[in-house]
Design a protein around this ligand. Structure first.
Ligand code: OFO
Length: 166
């Protein structure tokens, strides 16, 4: 595997690990702020990011590269509202999508079609994740800002989604 692709994957491993910790910290915020459904959803999402991280690690190691773990920044721990938290999630997922697309572009440039095929799974995964977060945000907008009953119902729904594997 070319060094520049290996390096891009190592950086992606760091981003996926950060995503996992970011959502873990968000889950903690939800749990102590009375949103048990959103907490369950985000604990689960955090686990999924860890699986993404591992997927990149195993791919790199299997392709005669070597995965490296890099330092991580401290995730944001406080949020003005549940809606603003989900806006942050969408912004973060868009950032991750851009990063995945960049790696894909690099694999094509280097004619590394094996890695391109591997990255394809993540391209589809990002479409799904962004759509899911947009749907949740649309529901929150419909419920209206600060509407306790609406938020209660959305929280409940997030709990159901987490239990059913969203
Ligand atoms: Fe790894 O998909 Fe979200 O960040």
């Amino acid at each position: 595997m070319k060094k520049n692709i290996e390096q891009a994957i190592i950086e992606q491993i760091q981003k996926e690990e950060h995503s996992s910790r970011l959502y873990l910290q968000m889950a903690i915020w939800c749990e102590i702020n009375g949103f048990p459904g959103a907490a369950a959803f985000l604990y689960k999402h955090s686990d999924e990011e860890r699986l993404h991280q591992l997927k990149f690690i195993h791919f790199l190691n299997d392709r005669e590269g070597m995965a490296l773990l890099k330092p991580l920044e401290t995730p944001q721990s406080d949020y003005p509202s549940l809606k603003e938290m989900f806006e942050k999630i969408l912004e973060h997922e868009k950032f991750i999508s851009a990063s995945i697309n960049q790696i894909y572009g690099l694999t094509l440039q280097e004619k590394d079609y094996t890695t391109a095929s591997f990255i394809h799974w993540f391209i589809n995964e990002q479409i799904e994740e962004e759509t899911l977060v947009r749907t949740i945000l649309d529901k929150m907008k419909l419920a209206g800002d600060g509407q306790n009953r609406g938020l209660y119902l959305i929280d409940k729904e997030l709990g159901v989604m987490a239990a059913s594997g969203h």
